[in-house]
Design a binder for this molecule. Structure first.
Ligand SMILES: Nc1ncnc2c1ncn2[C@@H]1O[C@H](COP(=O)(O)OP(=O)(O)O)[C@@H](O)[C@H]1O
Ligand SMILES: [Mg+2]
Length: 237
């Protein structure tokens, strides 16, 4: 497979075409952003840690019959993936209240949410990713009712698998963000990434001992030291 033209430059990853129309290369860059892109930095090595954690989880999901875009890691920061037609939703699954849920709705930080709460945001930076509901998704034609059901089923299944895996490493999975897409056959697959940028992880039993991008958002400590330690904790099993 050969790296072709640049297809898309996002906030933290770049996507390249390949000589196979069904395959893309995703490069995890060292850029880190927060607050709608207002805070930005480059942290050398960060992309590789996120790529490592993503490459650890996707094969476990596939083994559990959860369809993903992942084919293989071709270098420490580059993945070969199946090209998807992305569904412009940020599918957030929350096991405990944190972040915007506390700020906007008055939940207590760390409050247990059971069953997990699914929040759907429209992925549109120009509109600051507004929260949507099922009716808005259907009315906008973002996904069909059947697709939405499948997206939620898969999101909960991924949450359950990740939560159990991370608990064995004394990491509490507080919440996470997923992106799904359709493959050439119309099958809904998990795309994008599962990393410290897309999950909230707390040291087991704590309220707010963050081991994820909140360390960067809230300036809680050395971001790279945290990412390195968490990647090691997750992947060395
Ligand atoms: N399998 C895939 N096929 C096509 N696009 C994908 C796939 N997986 C992820 N993407 C898209 O690639 C981009 C990854 O770059 P990222 O830096 O995360 O962008 P963004 O700033 O839009 O979040 C995202 O827009 C994501 O939706
Ligand atoms: Mg992204």
């Amino acid at each position: 497979m050969k790296q072709g033209d640049l297809l898309y430059v996002g906030k933290a990853k770049s996507v390249y075409l390949t000589d196979n129309p069904n395959e893309l290369l995703v490069v995890f860059r060292d850029d880190i952003t927060a607050f709608d892109g207002q805070k930005k930095n480059v942290l050398s090595g960060k992309g590789a840690y996120n790529a490592e954690v993503t490459a650890y989880f996707y094969p476990l999901l596939e083994a559990a019959n959860i369809p993903t875009h992942f084919f293989s890691a071709v270098s420490e920061n580059t993945h070969l993936v199946r090209k998807l037609s992305m569904i412009p939703l940020e599918v957030i699954v929350r096991n405990r209240a944190a972040g915007s849920l506390v700020k906007n709705y008055g939940f207590t930080e760390g409050q247990l949410l059971f069953p997990p709460v699914i929040v759907l945001d429209m992925k549109d930076d120009s509109r600051h990713d507004p929260m949507v509901n099922d009716d808005i998704v259907l009315a906008l034609g973002i996904a069909t009712a059947g697709e939405l059901r499948e997206i939620k089923r898969l999101a909960l299944a991924v949450n359950a698998l990740l939560r159990e895996n991370l608990a064995k490493k004394d990491l509490d999975l507080i919440d996470m963000k997923f992106e799904f897409g359709r493959d050439a056959c119309g099958v809904i697959r998990l795309g994008d990434e599962i990393s410290m940028d897309s999950m909230r992880l707390w040291d087991h039993g704590s309220v707010g001992a963050s081991l994820d991008k909140d360390v960067y958002r809230k300036e809680l400590g050395d971001v790279m030291e945290t990412y390195a330690a968490v990647a090691k904790r997750i992947c060395s099993e």
